[in-house]
Ligand binder design. Structure first.
Ligand SMILES: Nc1nc2c(ncn2[C@@H]2O[C@H](COP(=O)(O)OP(=O)(O)OP(=O)(O)O)[C@@H](O)[C@H]2O)c(=O)[nH]1
Ligand SMILES: [Mg+2]
Length: 494
């Protein structure tokens, strides 16, 4: 029997041997060249396989980033900054889609102010946070009544915008199962009295489950936004008169109206925004508030540390994304969650294999209470959350980055004479200044990280104002470099 590996007996080898014996010198030269070419090609293939194996190793380098923090801490605004700086093409296409969101923000702020005036005119009682001792009636005149009548059609504009934008207005849940941290079992909270007072907690906020549903320019193509823009421009002078009116401002202060952080920015810019030719800017977009109620994921791919593509996708589609065909690329998966206490239990499943948490703590909120639970101070809530993240065993391998956010609002508050020590006794007689307070809080957050972490971890802490897109670009570049380096080191790729 002929053994298959016995070359000499192989009929093809025998044939080849015969051919070599019969060949001319020219044929020998040609054969040797053919053989050398074949060897070179074979070596190249071997090299390619080696290279591809190395790339395949890198392809598994998915960096999973979670944006965490209480509601309104600036998570979605940070995500907008990521996308604005690292996917300019898609961002440019999407920009126009935000125009209607800005318009909705403006309309809703004006309607909230009208509700406060109404409450004043009807002599509605103040709640315990609205601590005007005298409850003096405001001197509203006929001109105020007239403004209210003329601005009433904005209700219709609001519902048109909401219907077109496709998402829904949801009140902050002020009762129901809530958890202070994602590790706590939710506890049922009953609604408090006065929660439906105008400008109070039950304000309905426009909420979104996926940005694309709302700002997709394709989806908005068929909508008659022009009529809204024209309608809004027609109310520009009245909206401005209402916002700038002294009696109205006093009524807002008396009722301690909690307007969204960006309301002042938009209402001061009515001359630019409430016009027929309004063009939305990046500064407007980072201020446009859309409450997150679900979990949004953004996938960003980077080669050699530089971003190639960023796109938001629905969480349901995430499993379908594949890494094949993106040789040598890193994939960043950035998750943006809803920060309300009712949303926090939903964070837990995302902690597994999380490489990085960017935790946002709005440091300006030392004198504010949670919308969903007016008994809780917002800074205290933020510290409880930070502590739970630092002490979680599930997250010991996760790199923790803290953004001490809303430094601009902190500066404004302190300048207006609000004293930190009135809300934070431990602050004592330290100077009531931004740098001092930031330094003080930074030490507190650092101490918590050191004390509650089960392993020694480096604290990456940045004071931020994420609505300042230029400053945030620098912070994000530094954060990205840090994350990139730490993950490379951890996965032994360098
Ligand atoms: N002035 C100022 N406003 C900010 C800053 N960061 C965020 N905001 C504004 O605060 C509002 C809330 O920010 P978001 O990014 O929507 O907050 P979030 O953490 O995603 O909130 P949820 O989705 O409810 O969990 C938006 O109108 C932002 O423009 C900041 O540093 N300064
Ligand atoms: Mg959000």
């Amino acid at each position: 029997m002929v053994h298959p590996t016995d070359d000499l007996e192989d009929p093809f080898v025998k044939l080849l041997q015969q051919e070599i014996e019969d060949e001319t010198p020219a044929q020998t030269t040609a054969r040797l060249k053919r053989e050398s070419d074949a060897q070179r090609i074979s070596d190249e293939i071997d090299e390619r396989i080696k290279h591809d194996r190395a790339i395949a190793k890198k392809e598994s380098a998915v960096v999973k980033v979670l944006l965490l923090g209480q509601a309104e801490s600036g998570k979605s605004t940070t995500l907008k900054n990521f996308r604005m700086h690292y996917d300019t093409e898609a961002w440019g296409k999407e920009r126009n889609g935000w125009r209607a969101v800005v318009q909705l923000n403006v309309v809703r702020s004006i309607l909230t102010i009208l509700a406060v005036i109404n409450a004043e005119l009807n002599g509605e009682a103040l709640d315990d946070t609205q601590d005007d001792k005298t409850n003096e009636p405001m001197n509203f005149s006929d001109s105020h009544q007239l403004l209210m009548i003329r601005l009433a059609p904005l209700r219709g504009v609001e519902s048109n915008l909401q219907r077109w934008l496709g998402s829904g207005a949801e009140p902050y849940p002020t009762s129901g199962p809530m958890a202070a941290t994602p590790f706590d079992a939710p506890v049922y909270k009953a609604a408090d009295a006065n929660e439906n007072a105008p400008g109070s907690v039950a304000q309905r906020e426009f909420a979104v489950r996926c940005w694309l549903d709302v700002v997709d320019p394709e989806a908005q193509n068929n909508l008659d936004f022009e009529s809204v823009t024209i309608g809004l421009a027609g109310h520009s002078a009245d909206m401005k008169a209402l916002w700038e009116d002294e009696v109205v401002q006093r009524a807002l202060a008396k009722r301690k109206l909690i307007l969204p952080d960006s309301a002042g920015f938009f209402l001061n810019e009515l001359d630019r925004i409430a016009t027929r030719h309004y063009t939305v800017t990046d500064d407007d977009i980072v201020r446009a508030r859309l409450r997150t109620v679900g979990i949004q994921a953004t996938v960003q791919r980077c080669a050699d540390g530089r971003a190639q593509r960023v796109y938001p996708i629905s969480i349901h589609n995430l499993k379908l994304t594949s890494l094949s065909g993106i040789n040598g690329a890193w994939e960043w998966r950035i998750y943006d969650v809803g920060g309300c206490r009712t949303n926090r239990p939903a964070w837990l499943p995302f902690f597994e294999n999380t490489d990085v948490i960017i935790f946002l703590s709005p440091v300006s909120c030392f004198d504010e209470r949670l919308d969903e639970d007016r008994r809780v101070n917002r800074l205290e809530d933020s510290i409880i959350l930070w502590r739970s993240i630092c002490s979680s065993k599930l997250l010991t391998k996760t790199q923790l980055i803290l953004f001490m956010n809303k430094c601009d609002l902190l500066k404004r508050k302190l300048k207006n004479g609000i004293l930190v020590k009135d809300y934070l006794i431990s602050y004592g007689e330290r100077p009531n200044e931004v740098m001092e307070f930031v330094k003080y809080l930074r030490e507190k957050f650092k101490e918590i990280l050191k004390h509650y972490s089960t392993i020694t971890r480096k604290a990456y802490i940045y004071p931020t104002t994420v609505t300042d897109t230029q400053a945030t670009a620098k912070t994000l570049a530094s954060v990205r470099d840090g994350i990139f380096r730490e993950n490379l080191t951890r996965s032994h790729l360098i």
